[in-house]
Design a binder for this molecule. Structure first.
Ligand code: ZN
Length: 264
């Protein structure tokens, strides 16, 4: 709990924040102070490309509320090196990430990369399964394929589907596989009517909040820089859409993140 302008606020958890990004680190230490003032107490920090891990790991070790994930992002397929998977396996033991991510499939990339993306995805799912860690999924245009692969792999550690963009049926499938769905800044745009309607109607037990900072700016961010201290904006829009108290949503979505991450 923190006090903001005399109003008591539930702590909220940004389940997807690229905290190590230079655009965010350039705003430190003020940005983290703002996060705390806004009640944003925890950040789950996903990885993208192995060359950034040497900065990402010590950064997350500086603060127990900056939770480290490690993984090879599908969108950056062309940047991954042959020995990155072996390094990931080694760092799972040494750096003890709380999750594997972000990993997944991105069908915005040309079709001739899809098979290679799947090899990388399945290898990382196996590492997560062996280490008993949840995963952070990046999925664009291929939810049915990802759901099928999760089932075929018997993956049962759960995780998050970041910036969820699927339909209600796919949401149910993910839920049955132990996944929570990331609600982010896209709902701040009135034109996102399909996504807004979906998040208004899904059970609260399915949902987690995220910014995806510094990308995916929200409607009010004139400088186009997305920041984790703006997570309360996602919460307040979701509260309006659901006609449900912000405190209830804050409490339940935070509990949802913590249960996936096995944080008691
Ligand atoms: Zn991301």
């Amino acid at each position: 709990m923190s006090l903001v302008q005399g109003v008591q606020r539930e702590a909220i958890f940004d389940s997807h924040c690229h905290w190590d990004h230079p655009k965010l680190q350039a705003l430190q230490p003020q940005l983290w102070q703002n996060c705390q003032q806004q009640g944003v107490r925890d950040l789950l920090v996903p990885a993208t490309v192995a060359k950034y891990w040497p900065q990402l790991i010590p950064l997350c070790q500086q603060n127990p509320y900056w939770h480290l994930a490690l993984g090879l992002h599908p969108y950056f397929l062309s940047q991954h090196q042959a020995d990155d998977l072996a390094l990931l396996e080694q760092l799972i033991a040494q750096a003890q990430p709380i999750a594997i991510g972000e990993i997944g499939l991105d069908w915005h990339l040309p079709e001739d990369t899809w098979a290679q993306q799947e090899v990388l995805f399945l290898a990382q799912l196996k590492l997560a399964q062996d280490a008993k860690l949840p995963v952070i999924l990046h999925v664009r245009k291929c939810h049915d394929r990802v759901i099928k692969l999760l089932r075929q792999a018997d993956f049962d550690e759960g995780g998050f589907v970041h910036a969820y963009s699927g339909n209600g049926q796919q949401a149910q499938a993910y839920n049955s596989l132990g996944f929570k769905l990331g609600v982010g800044g896209s709902i701040t745009y009135e034109r996102a009517s399909k996504t807004r309607r979906l998040f208004a109607n899904l059970p609260l037990s399915y949902l987690v909040l995220e910014t995806d900072a510094p990308d995916m700016p929200m409607s009010h961010q004139a400088d186009r820089l997305n920041r984790p201290d703006d997570l309360p904006k996602v919460l307040s829009v979701l509260s309006e859409l659901r006609e449900e108290a912000a405190a209830t949503i804050a409490q339940q979505t935070t509990a949802n993140v913590r249960s996936v991450l096995r944080l008691s």
